[in-house]
Design a protein around this ligand. Structure first.
Ligand code: GLC
Length: 803
């Protein structure tokens, strides 16, 4: 069944049936003032930290689902009937099943756009349109309600905006430490807003919260949640709707903000009300609310938001024969990449905000998903992550949001371990810097970035980016296992795989090989001749190890445990086949030939399913070893033979590099959310975003997706798509375009902005090839080969590529 459709022109997903199989979310604002909202207005807001700066409540895993939220209740004052401007929480009949159809039917439409959400409702001749957003660079949120009388008689309505405040900004404390939190907050009514004070903040008005309204007089209010809802009732039938509100305020209970405005609407008349929410000193809040009485402010702010986001997305727009592909590349995958880049793993309906910092590998990967759209943003974050590299070359496993470069403790100190819960370095963290720095330099052309000075995390020592990369290699070389491969340390990419401190991972060995090759090129640019020669020696040695120690007939093994046992052998009863070493064999360039083909064929044969490629197979059950932590997950879930979507991007890229466009596209399509739009009941999650994983073959619910929005899947799939399928590969001197499309794409076009220039690319592929460019014509001139030099580019360029 389907619940909505893509409106590509407006860059929105439109939900027409609000009874979605799970709350389908969108992101507003940024973690400075973050708001997450579902298609039924459920969700929460926070300042700076989802875990420690929560201002409104959301009960994770709640029953009923997805409560509370940013609610607007409407009531017909003539007959007392009430409903909500989003279908939930009141949930009026949608007209099904048949016996209910005689009741008035409620219609709802939710449009999730780029950093705004608009929910339309129609019920008994009253139409509402509620726009939710956080203005650019602001720390408050806006809900603009337009209410229209579409009936042919005057209507007496009351409109009530509602939020449930937290009593205490630490979300966990707020939920459980009731002997304390119930007694620390009060609410006040201030004419056009409810003010909530948390006593701790008496001296600190910055932390006062407010919920206000502009555009109508307040007729009634309530600041006490339990009075609003009423004993033994819920948000679907709060006492405030049946009995009215009597100006109750919170003292020793739970706070809320509820503001009722009574309005009369003539037939055809529309009224606009603006509700505002935030954490600001009261005086500032009052001014802010007053400023929303100005006509046009909301429209201007919305236009600014769209301009910002659409401007970023415009940096790559494609028009291929596959609409869903276009939609993902042009809008949703791109937008999700920005959300994961900005929000990291901070807050969703699954993550409650407790991961209070950036995971090193996660963020360095996230950078790669936006670099083609916003190199300047990538640059800033790269410098930040380089400044979280320890002087021994490793990455800090968790980089605090308030990271102080030069002054941080490291996993070598118990203080860091206590504070972050990360006991050790990981084998892979700093190795992610190589593809990220390379992609940034290739996109921006800024070779000088290698010379940019950046502090290390733990010492007040500045070093060039180039030196930082050298340290990363040194870290791996200083930590080798028994076979001379980089040691496993705490873990590699796979958090659930502990090979032991001196165990060795094939995946990391491939990453290491890839890193060495990148650095070899940079050593040449930096004229670091001795070091280049040293790298040549290491590269040869590593290649020997790869081929001599890691190959098993038709696959790369997963690695060696500390005690010498091999993981991922062909003959193993469980976990005999692992995806990442196979895809990274190809990506790293180490297995470009026959072994690359053989291993990727084994992936297809043993790991592929209609819903994507499993991260390994068969799942651990009876043969897990001590470090195989994934055995705790149900078979087919997460790292235990789930389709870990994150890794699908690498499979797409590897197949594209092998020139097997049909298979690359097949992998792309299997996990594509848009392709599951009509099977939303099976997939459950939003059909416009990737989730962390999809249940694999051994689950009774194969194909069900989990952990929406904040996942590395966004960036790896974007990279697989843009660099792989579309073959857009800039370098500091120009760009190579070398697509690997499915064979039925005979013609398509792309508009790419590169360093301020516009490339209008048309590709023709009459022969149905899946790799191989026959000719490139730039502005009417035929080029030799597929490289397009910067020096020949004009402001606007017509490029014709024949495959
Ligand atoms: C999660 C983690 C990521 C890890 C992956 C596989 O996505 O955030 O760091 O690589 O799981 O274990």
């Amino acid at each position: 069944m389907r619940y909505g459709y893509f409106d590509e022109k407006n860059r929105e997903y439109v939900i027409t049936n609000p009874a979605t199989p799970s709350p389908w979310a969108n992101y507003l604002g940024s973690p400075e003032y973050g708001a997450i909202i579902s298609n039924n207005a459920g969700g929460y807001s926070f300042v700076k930290s989802g875990a420690a700066g929560r201002i409104i409540r959301y009960r994770f895993n709640s029953v009923p689902a997805d409560q509370p939220g940013r609610y607007i209740y409407l009531k017909d004052r003539e007959d007392g009937d009430f409903w909500s401007a989003s279908w939930a929480p009141v949930c009026k009949s949608l007209g099904e099943p048949a016996e209910l159809a005689k009741l008035a039917k409620y219609r709802s439409e939710c449009r999730h756009g780029t950093a705004y959400t608009e929910i339309v409702s129609e019920y008994r001749g009253v139409k509402t349109k509620t726009l939710y957003y956080v203005p650019r660079n602001s720390t408050h949120e806006v809900w603009r309600l337009e209410v229209t009388n579409e009936s042919d008689r005057p209507r007496e309505l009351s409109v009530t905006g509602y939020v449930e405040f937290t009593n205490e900004p630490f979300y966990e404390q707020d939920q459980v430490n009731l002997q304390y939190t119930l007694y620390i907050t009060r609410t006040y009514f201030k004419g056009d807003h409810i003010l909530q004070r948390v006593n701790d903040n008496e001296e600190n008005p910055d932390k006062e919260r407010f919920f206000g309204v502009a555009g109508a007089e307040v007729s009634a209010y309530c600041g006490d949640r339990d009075k609003f809802v009423g004993a033994y009732r819920g948000y679907s039938n709060p006492a405030a709707m049946t009995d009215g509100m009597n100006g109750d305020l919170n003292y020793c209970g739970n706070s809320c903000g509820a503001l009722q405005c009574d309005i009369t609407l003539q037939p055809g008349e529309t009224r606009e009300l603006v509700f505002l929410l935030g954490r600001k000193p009261q005086a500032e809040a009052s001014k802010l609310i007053a400023s929303y009485r100005e006509a046009g402010r909301v429209d201007d702010e919305l236009a600014e938001l769209k301009k910002f986001w659409h401007g970023k997305l415009d940096n790559l727009q494609v028009k291929t024969p596959d609409e869903k592909f276009n939609n993902m590349v042009n809008v949703w995958n791109a937008y999700q990449c920005f959300i994961t880049f900005i929000w990291s793993r901070a807050a969703s309906f699954i993550y409650c905000g407790q991961r209070n910092g950036y995971g090193y590998r996660d963020t360095v990967q996230d950078i790669q998903g936006i670099v083609h759209l916003a190199p300047e943003m990538a640059r800033d974050r790269l410098i930040f992550m380089l400044s979280a590299q320890v002087s021994n070359g490793a990455g800090l496993p968790l980089v605090k949001y308030d990271h102080q470069a030069g002054r941080e403790d490291t996993p070598d100190q118990i203080s860091y371990v206590r504070e972050t819960g990360h006991p050790s370095y990981r084998a892979d963290d700093a190795l992610w810097l190589f593809p990220a720095v390379k992609k940034y330099i290739d996109e921006s052309g800024e070779l000088g970035f290698l010379g940019q000075k950046v502090l290390f995390a733990d010492v007040e020592e500045e070093a060039s980016v180039y030196e930082h990369l050298k340290r990363a290699i040194k870290f791996s070389m200083d930590n080798l296992g028994a076979h001379g491969m980089p040691a496993g340390l705490h873990a590699d990419w796979n958090d659930c795989l502990r090979l032991g401190k001196s165990g060795e991972s094939t995946f990391v060995l491939f990453q290491f090989y890839y890193a060495l090759r990148i650095l070899r090129d940079y050593a040449e640019i930096e004229r670091d001749t001795d070091y280049a020669a040293e790298l040549d020696g290491i590269i040869t040695d590593v290649l020997g190890k790869i081929n001599g120690l890691c190959w098993d007939g038709d696959r790369w093994i997963r690695g060696y445990r500390e005690d010498g046992a091999v993981i991922g052998r062909r003959a193993d009863p469980e976990a005999s086949m692992w995806l990442n070493p196979q895809s990274w064999g190809v990506i790293s360039g180490a297995a470009a030939g026959e072994r690359g083909v053989l291993s990727m064929d084994s992936v297809y044969r043993e790991l592929n399913t209609p819903h994507g490629t499993m991260v390994m197979y068969p799942p651990y059950h009876r043969h897990a070893f001590e470090g195989a932590l994934m055995v705790c997950f149900n078979k087919g879930a997460k790292e235990n033979a789930g389709i870990f979507t994150h890794t699908q991007g690498w499979a797409i890229l590897a197949e594209s590099l092998l020139g097997r466009g049909d298979r690359a596209f097949e992998y792309w399509r299997e996990v594509c959310p848009a392709y599951m739009n009509d099977e939303a009941d099976r997939r459950v999650m939003e059909p416009y975003v990737y989730g962390q994983f999809i249940e694999g073959r051994d689950s009774p619910f194969a194909g069900r997706a989990h952990n929406h929005w904040l996942t590395g899947a966004a960036s790896t799939i974007m990279v697989g798509t843009v660099e792989g399928i579309l073959g857009l590969r800039p370098n500091p001197d120009g760009i190579v375009i070398d697509p690997s499309p499915p064979s039925d794409w005979t013609e398509w076009s792309m508009v790419k902005k590169l360093r301020g220039k516009t490339l209008n690319v048309r590709v023709t592929n009459r022969g149905g090839g899946t790799q191989g460019v026959q000719s490139v014509t730039l502005n009417g001139r035929k080029l030799d080969g597929k490289f397009i030099p910067d020096s020949m580019l004009e402001a606007e360029n017509d490029i014709l590529l024949q495959m």
